[in-house]
Design a binder for this molecule. Structure first.
Ligand code: SF4
Length: 193
């Protein structure tokens, strides 16, 4: 059977690996993750539907590619509640609340009410020292604080996605991914599913 010619975006699964590696050495690279926040909303708002999810999302591609590379076999379907509206919208609200809290922590550092914390917080609970990545000290502290908060959010959500990938089908994360839920909502509002 003739193999489909690979497009450039077929290799985007490398992007999350580059992203987390850069953030490991210099936390300011965490800001690059904003691309994954802004671009899907932008595309969906401009009428491009779920093109980001279908083609350009590095994380989605990583979850699809890793099981093949690592020969992970799990094809179990996730429990039905994970696909349900209650869980998807509940997770979206929780995620946005955590994002808002992260922005608030950044504001406190900006306002001088809190000092910079050079830790990465996993699953919104476990604090990991990450001070070696604080290599550029000349920028305002709030910029670095946002980097730590955002990197924590990106790492936590990717780990949740990896756990779901191992336990169930490769792209199970996509069924409740906040970005996916938001772009889906925008598509519905625009009457394009
Ligand atoms: S649902 Fe989320 S992780 Fe999946 S492809 Fe879309 S944006 Fe990427």
């Amino acid at each position: 059977m003739k193999q489909k010619k690979k497009k450039w975006y077929d290799y985007l699964w490398i992007w999350p690996i580059i992203y987390f590696s850069l953030g490991f050495f210099n936390i300011l690279f965490a800001w690059l993750g904003m691309i994954d926040f802004v671009v899907p909303i932008f595309i969906a708002s401009l009428g491009g539907g779920k093109a980001f999810c279908n083609r350009y999302c590095g994380r989605g591609r990583l979850f699809a590619t890793l099981p093949k590379l690592l020969k992970i076999k799990s094809r179990k379907v996730a429990p039905s509640w994970m696909y349900g509206k209650v869980f998807r919208y509940g997770f979206l609200i929780f995620f946005l609340t955590m994002f808002g809290n992260m922005v608030y922590q950044t504001y406190l550092v900006f306002a001088g009410s809190a000092s910079l914390r050079t830790v990465v917080k996993l699953f919104w609970t476990f604090k990991l020292p990450w001070n070696w990545a604080y290599t550029v000290t000349g920028v305002p502290a709030w910029i670095t604080q946002f980097s730590y908060g955002f990197y924590s959010l990106m790492l936590t959500s990717t780990l949740i996605g990896l756990i779901a990938m191992i336990l169930y089908r490769p792209r199970t994360w996509c069924t409740f991914c906040p970005m996916g839920t938001m772009t889906q909502g925008i598509c519905k509002l625009k009457g394009k599913n």
